[in-house]
Design a protein around this ligand. Structure first.
Ligand SMILES: Nc1ncnc2c1ncn2[C@@H]1O[C@H](COP(=O)(O)OP(=O)(O)O)[C@@H](O)[C@H]1O
Ligand SMILES: [Mg+2]
Length: 396
């Protein structure tokens, strides 16, 4: 189609997409409705807008639509708008010519062009800057792209747009962070994927599918299944898969019993028996261990949990305190500990400040290191009220 090299690594294998789509579990009524709507959408070319909490299966639904459309044999290209810095997102989507900016050593085809005749999946679209939103809107109006730095004419591309978000875009429109004209353009068919806690009928099949994925022969005891079904699943199907995988490696036999499950899941089944304060302290401990052992990441799990109010600011402050105790008051040290990139320091500090979760680091600067074992002991210190912490005190 053009003079540009295609970003080959970005193309998802057509087989992978259709296998993922075939795995869509829809035992519950709300998921059967999701599948029915997705099937209808697949028959046409209308733009689809998928909403739902993190981990509910928005990617799976997008792949399902592509796999059941006439575009199935063409590329399905996913772009995570939150994972790419804004300056790069433009060239990722629209492509660039050689020499158009420092480091652009050769012409590169954008993902929109690479998805020609196929589908582009714009994930986490709420994270797009207003400038990128304007570029995207122009593309949607004209169907043409102009690669960055290109003096040639625009290129026409035929792509089906599916977008997704776990945020409330109407609210972002109200605050001016998202363009209403763009929202109306992308939201022709709206599919909302409900959280797992509202469709527990899907649990047995999802547990079975997740168990098969582990490659180990495992069976769940009745009490383990009860605990799994009582838990609220704030991280939805993705969290369920993590828990099953962890349990599969925890158990010595092929039977997974309740004690093999992570504490957060087990605690959900004894809610009435544990005092509230104790439960919350243990929640911070549990989140801390899952972060430190790499099962969770701060932006992937903790961030959405707080935004969805599945954990409180108090929980987050406790979590930060646990981390600071381990890094002896070094905020920068939390980046690695909590699975963040080195460049995330500012974003992390701003996030804590915006939610009044900044904790005074000075109390952790004791000459004797504090050795902390999160699951077994509570916080060996006082958590200060963050509102009393001045801006200076968070610097080091
Ligand atoms: N209904 C479902 N049936 C089968 N697997 C699912 C379903 N929903 C989610 N999953 C699985 O859960 C994980 C998270 O799903 P994903 O689509 O990435 O969530 P989201 O995009 O909403 O964050 C994936 O591994 C996916 O295969
Ligand atoms: Mg996703």
């Amino acid at each position: 189609m053009s003079r540009f090299t295609a970003p080959l690594a970005l193309r998802q294998n057509t087989n992978d997409v259709s296998t993922a789509a075939a795995r869509l579990v829809d035992i519950s009524k709300p998921m059967r409705q999701v599948r029915a709507l997705a099937t209808r959408a697949a028959a046409g070319d209308a733009k689809v807008f998928i909403t739902g909490e993190s981990g509910v299966g928005k990617d799976v639904v997008a792949q399902y639509i592509h796999a059941h459309s006439t575009r199935a044999s063409k590329p399905f290209i996913a772009v995570n708008c939150a994972a790419i810095v804004d300056t790069l997102l433009e060239t990722e989507l629209f492509g660039h010519t050689r020499g158009s900016f420092t480091g652009a050593y050769r012409d590169r085809m954008g993902r929109l062009e690479a998805a020609h005749r196929g589908t582009i999946f714009l994930d986490e679209i709420a994270e797009m800057s207003l400038q990128m939103q304007a570029h995207l809107l122009r593309f949607l109006e004209t169907g043409e792209i102009q690669p960055v730095g290109s003096a040639g004419g625009p290129v026409r591309v035929d792509v089906r747009i599916i977008s997704a978000t776990n945020r409330d875009l109407e609210q972002l429109v109200a605050t001016g962070a998202f363009r209403s004209d763009l929202l109306y353009r992308i939201k022709v068919v709206h599919i909302h994927v409900p959280p797992l806690r509202d469709r527990k009928e899907d649990l047995p099949s999802l547990i079975e599918a997740a168990s098969t994925r582990t490659g180990r022969q495992i069976r769940f005891t009745e009490s383990a299944l009860q605990a799994l079904s009582r838990y609220r699943w704030p991280g939805n199907v993705r969290e369920l898969q993590n828990v099953i995988e962890q349990a599969a490696w925890m158990t010595e036999s092929e039977n997974v019993d309740a004690p093999d499950l992570p504490e957060v899941v087990r605690l959900a089944s004894t809610e009435g028996l544990t005092p509230r304060r104790e439960r919350r302290k243990r929640l911070a401990d549990e989140l801390y261990s899952t972060l430190v052992d790499g099962h969770y990441s701060f932006w992937g799990h903790i961030h959405p949990l707080l935004l969805k109010r599945d954990i409180t600011r108090h929980d987050l402050r406790q979590l930060v305190s646990l981390g600071l105790a381990a890094t002896r008051g070094n905020y920068r040290g939390l980046l690695k500990l909590f699975g963040m990139d080195d460049g995330d320091y500012k974003r992390f500090m701003n996030f804590l400040a915006a939610h009044e979760c900044t904790v005074d680091y000075r109390q952790f600067r004791s000459p004797n290191p504090i050795i902390i074992r999160p699951a077994s002991i509570g916080l060996p210190f006082e958590v200060h009220d963050s509102r009393k912490v001045t801006r200076r005190s968070t610097e080091f």
